[in-house]
Design a protein. Sequence first.
Lengths: 336, 590
Amino acid sequence: MSSILVWLSFLLTVSEFGGDSRPPIHASNPKRTFAAVYLVRGSVSGSHTGNFGVFTRNGNDTTWTFVNPSSIIAFGLGYFERVSTRRHYIAAGNGVHRSTDGGTTWRILTSWHTMEILGVVPDPYDSALIYAATPWGMYRTTDDGATWELKDKGTKRWFVQQLHMDLRDRSTLYAVMEDDLYRTTDGGESWTPVNVGGTYPQVVAQHPVDPSFLCVGFGDGSIRCSMDDGRSWKRAGEVRGEAIYALRFSPDGTSLLAAGWRTGVWRSLDRGTSWAQIWDNPAVEGVFDVAVDPDNSRHLIIATDGQGVYESLDEGRTWSRAGLMGAKVKRIEFYP
Amino acid sequence: MRILLLSLLLWSSSAFAQDDHGYSARARHLLEVAAGETETSFFSLAAKIHLGRDLPRAYSILDSMERDRSMGGRFYAYTLIGTYLHTRDMLPDSLKRKVREAFRVRMMYRGDTENHWVMYYTGLYLAAQTWPNEDGTRWFNGKTSEENFREAEGWLNHWMTITSTIGQGEFDSPTYMTVFVSPMFVLYEFAQNPLMKTRAQAMLDLLLADFAAEQLDGAYCGGHSRDYPDDIINPLAAPATRVAWLFFGQPKEEKWDEARYRPRNRGSWETVFAALGSYRLPEIIYRMATDRTVPYVHTETKRVRNIIRFGDVRNPPVYKYTYMTADYALGSLQGGILQPIQQHTWDVTFKSEKPNNTLFMLHPFFSGRELAMFFPEEIKFLAGEVDRYHLVYTNPNKWNSSSPFEQTLQHKNALIVLYNILPGEKHPHVDGFFPKSLDERIVDGSGWIFCRAGDTYIAFHPLKPFEWIEEDVNWRLRSHDLKNGAVVEVGSAASHGTFEDFKAAIRSTKLRFDDFDRSLTVEYVTSGGDHLRFTYGGKRLVNNRPVDFRAYRLFNGPFMQADVGSGVITLRYKEKTRTLDFPKGTILGN
């Protein structure tokens, strides 16, 4: 297993930023898989609680270790790394959590002004610059969480399901909102709808090799893609299911994976034109994420609603349970 | 010497007023009962330690609760600090250290509702005040004492401001009101900042006055934001009744067993923090709660819970109307989705010694989209989650529901409720709750259903054919027409004489709905001569004048007045007034 690559999108962003040098990476750090667990079945956050929040494991272990803070509803994960700094982030129901010591201690960076945090996107160069997707809009801090500003100029609604930073330009971000996919090219100062069409966008993915190719999954189970940076969109091939919650490209961009509500997991090898189902389990209604190991694109992990995680080491031909049984897992990431 | 005597006189007068109406005896009784509870809770613990009952066992329970790492969150945050502050003089140092440690190692998760945040930030405020000048390594969230204190203070002030200007979101809930007042009892008791202490007192006055104006013999009447079916169909089993018993002396007997059978009996003991504290109900609120000599109309503006999706306004207004008499109350919200999952739009609640003293109708609606208006998770995922927590959300027989297909018009003792259910809805019916505890239930040839409960008379006219379904404690009136509704008029021996007189009066009223399927319009002239005309999705007319919800004040009635946005609430009883001025942070008057 090769050593660490950070969050895939950051790596590619860095490599293609004109004029910027690529941030040094701790090549010696072993890679871990992180799982954001929303809840464990039967547990109620805030009363008698189960261990939910963030779990991690090394390599291909099936044993997961609980990472503090305990008993938080985790929606997403984030990571920042520079020469002397590594920071893990959790987007949680009670705010943005940040650890600077690999997950031993955490600090909540947000205050009462924000509600749930549905996604966190740290800038890859400036550790003080962090974006957060919330039900009441996109918030941004430029002082490492001391203060946060709502950045919603140009948006028509509040709800931001997901934030995605463009792989070429760190001041360009996409916000998946209730009514459309929005884009900012000035770090959130103003937003413009891209007129993606479709009903209720849920998730956006960007091709890692051809970043002008974007795909959006919708709450009605459809997928729409654009080959021209979002200027025009057309419906992708049919994926059987009720809603799309996850869209991910493999690191080399050869495959596009999709999953959601009553979909199982699907793969397209032709940029969404045709799809083949690679995993299904009638007992599992929802798949929230499907992650591809950045070092080994044959290695896939899927995050399910209440059935923990499943794993394939052969590009989805065979699958096995990989732990966290009973957990509703929202997000899988590979971080140092 | 004269000053001293005067002071003593004033003090004794004040003490007499505080102890008046049996409050102190009830508070003592509450502590005795709670101290004897075997259920493990901070409330029973606080009562045990306060009364010095079986202290070794009490300490042992507290110790085990402190060792149970699975506990945390907002319920834990404020009850732990409340128990600690009430009992710390009696706690061994080892337990004091464990309580302190809990705020370092436990995640005091904030939750996602208004009551969650009140509990969380009250707990955080008092904890940060109790252990000041400590760095982030000493706190569960990595923030310093000062940061935690300022954040908690900021949100509590924000909540008090919006509650006193545009209304509560989780308003008037027979279950949840206890988790608003209980943190405020603790905050009032222990906040060292005089301004925060006064604001906590003003919030207690406001919440209890709000309840007082709409309570009848311990039951929280009319529409409310959210509650569980068990409490909706049996109002006197709800935790709010424990508050009414303690402060208003109503009902006269506390039915502890009704509290104990409930799986969520936690709500029944939260008044322990009141009984342990020094807050005393102002006489004016006691009078508001107990004087029902003159029937009155009381209206309120509240706010919809935070809408995060599928809405144009974050907190649209809720308009609430309650008609209160000595025998019954008829109350309603305007209809529509005002709260997810647990809304109760209207009811008649009547004074009774028997259980299930209420009657109402609803459309059992559910949808992922409704939930997604208020919760951030994926739509398809939400209905199952909420069903798991609230047990009945998707059930066609549920007794709590908000429906986008329900609208009301109320004028005094009469109400028209209309439904225009979209074809294809999963539950295409409406249900009426008629308790078996009614003394009489007569389906009259005139089309009216006449009910009697003691001295309360209820006339209910369904607009469409219906069937009766017998259930444990009630008859369910079910009607399957999508365009549907009912006309309700309530009377009593005091207003209408005998039940026969009432029936005769109702039979002689004018009710027109013959073109309802096309016009969705009902006209009704009440037995008192008031002319109501209501078109679903159209005008609400009372005596040919349109109802103007925009003119609703925050509170308007004989006992409470306030304008939306002012933050100044005036409580009134006869010649006495008490003014809660939130912007100034003052309480003036009796």
